[in-house]
Design a protein around this ligand. Sequence first.
Ligand SMILES: Nc1ncnc2c1ncn2[C@@H]1O[C@H](COP(=O)(O)OP(=O)(O)OP(=O)(O)O)[C@@H](O)[C@H]1O
Length: 766
Amino acid sequence: MTARLSLYQKAENELYKMDSSVKTKFYDFCHQFRINPDHPSLDLQPLKGDSRIFRAKIDRSYRALLARAGTGADGIQQWLIVAVRHRKDVYEELTVAINRITGEIEFVDLGVVGQSVLQRAGLRLTPAPDEQATPAEHTPAPVETREPAPPAEPILASCAPEDLRRLGVVDALIAIALTVTDDEELDQLIAGAPRLTAEVLTGLGSGMTVEEVEREITLPAATPLEPGFENDMATALTRTAVTTVDDDIRNVLAEGDFRAWKVYLHPTQRKIVERNYNGPARVSGGPGTGKTIVALHRVARLAAALPSGPGRPILLTTYTKNLTADLRSRLTSLIPPALLGRIDIKHIDQLAQSVLNDNTSPGSQRSLITDDQAMDVLREVLFEHDEQRWDAEFLFDEWEQIVLGQSLATRQDYFKARRAGMGRALNRPERAAVWKLLDQFALRLNGLGRETWAQAAERAARYEMERARKIQIRAEHKPDDSTPNHLDDASGTRRLRHRYQHIVVDEAQDLSPAHWKMLRAMAAPGPDDLFIAGDTHQRIYDRQVTLSTVGINIRGRSSKLTLSYRTTQEILDQAAKIVRGAAYDDLDDGTDTLDGYQSLLRGPAPEYVACTDWTDEITQLAQTLGQWRAEITRPAVDGTVRDPSGHLAVCVADGEMADRVAADLETKHGITTTTLTKDGPQGDGEVHIGTMHRFKGLEYQRLAIIGASDGIIPRTAFIDKYATTDPNRYERELKKSRNQLFVATTRVRDALRISWHGRPSPFLPL
Ligand SMILES: Nc1ncnc2c1ncn2[C@@H]1O[C@H](COP(=O)(O)OP(=O)(O)OP(=O)(O)O)[C@@H](O)[C@H]1O
């Protein structure tokens, strides 16, 4: 090998989309280049505009654009492929630059914007001569001769060139950025611009101020740079997201977009992953901003730093079983099998069950019942006591939120308990009566050998807290015991220790206070003990927690992600309107917002469809699904046909409606379906159908939400009664429903369609 080749992230993304015939020639090109970059067949030549950028021949039509990036420590010359272009699109003014904020190598292509913008900015592109090209192709692209339109106000009129420079926009695009006058031009520029420039322009274009962009986008991406950095391509290469081109490049490109997250973390994501925290840390951010990806990389980093030894000192946990399966499969593809063995992956209820199993003698475990079943038991108790003052819903809520939520063990504790946010006040005699009823209820469940999930979590938390207390007492008596807490001591005897050294939590917004108490007790307080990823806008179970009240202090260790990798800006704009106006906490004493939440992806605006009745809604849905299917399965140029299974989904408000849609689509329209259950997708049909709860954490190419009618979202028949009896509960129910719709709308990458019959849901931004 005489040359080392790397592939710029943007070039890799472009290659994914090319015909497989071009990809094959590209592999051959890379192979040849690494052996001898000066081989005559490659025709490597510098462009005239920037001496650091070269073009080389892939085949008759395609050219690789490469930047020289110095020589490696081993004396081998380093090259970076910055783009693969049709020869007609290669011109002399292409440049590479080193960004003054991030220190990354950036490829700048002025051709991304239309002629009219270039003309306004006073720029003209010169095609690079190419021996393959016909004379006609050497003629510069015709400059439009239309009567110039009356000058329109530039979109970024309030920004000065110096502002853009300070924010990190690449020099060559500053004049162009200040000339764009409509959204289409700005979108074109963003699509072709280097990463930081694209993010800054997206932020400014969506109305953020220069100061906000600087705070939210530029500063988090900044890296300290040495004087003279702008000429040091070899060092800049080490800061740039690239893939090393080796013989595996074929597999890399075949895997397509979906491996990108394994290799390239955004600098903001990477900083969060790599930082050392001297206590619990939290990452927040809107849907699709990569919180789960960051959590996975965090696990990988913690695992790589473990001393070798037995056991599983790292816990990765999330809220549901199907999300656990997804985390497991993504982690398997991210880290080597030897390290996987050091990580325990369990959903939160499974974790509580394993604690209970450890603490319960065989045969005496209680079996779990659903909240609905438990509520029936409570109704029986109320009936027997002829209790009219409070209904089962109120008492069950009181039990979950206050008694279990605060681990109240005695009547005296309950008398003293804070009931903030519970709506109805209870005086002392009332509290005495409520306690008596709830005590009866708990005894009845116990007698039946049953318990709810919340009860199990609370019991598990108490066991774990007791265990942590014993560990602490022991440590105070034997302060010199330095055996790491995940190892058995030399004698081989098991000693009491914390279960985990590091805990990483995803979907944190849905965990209950009992879950947090259990987790807190499972790891010794110390560096990198807890890493918490969540978004309170996506809280869809009625659980609220202030982490500081359960012994988890995240102050000064919180960070936020704002760039969505999943949803287009068009979908994101509409989704954000669903939750606008409602207040959200930050899992602690502060508030959270979606400020700065944005996407670089563009696509069609969400479609809103008013239908006349259910039959009309299903018929129109079937037509849309048919059309989406046809678009996905349209053969590519090389003849390949994509399988639509698992790319299309239909989301509804409740399980009954999910069954009805599945039955109607299958029987009346011949569309095969798969149901999303709590254990993941069941069935092998093409279209996934599920309730909003089941869509948590998932991602589809195209999604239809149906039945988005007033009365269903929110479910007024269920919650209206609280409007007068318990206004706080009413507000909580409304917010839960709003959040469910928000979660559903943000599960999709490309196309979102929302339909209803009757009046539309009041949460829809119509
Ligand atoms: N650095 C990255 N490069 C490429 N893709 C990324 C990157 N980060 C995240 N993604 C992709 O963006 C999508 C959303 O990521 P992820 O599920 O981690 O977001 P999230 O913030 O956890 O979303 P949600 O809160 O909605 O569950 C995924 O498809 C993921 O692969």
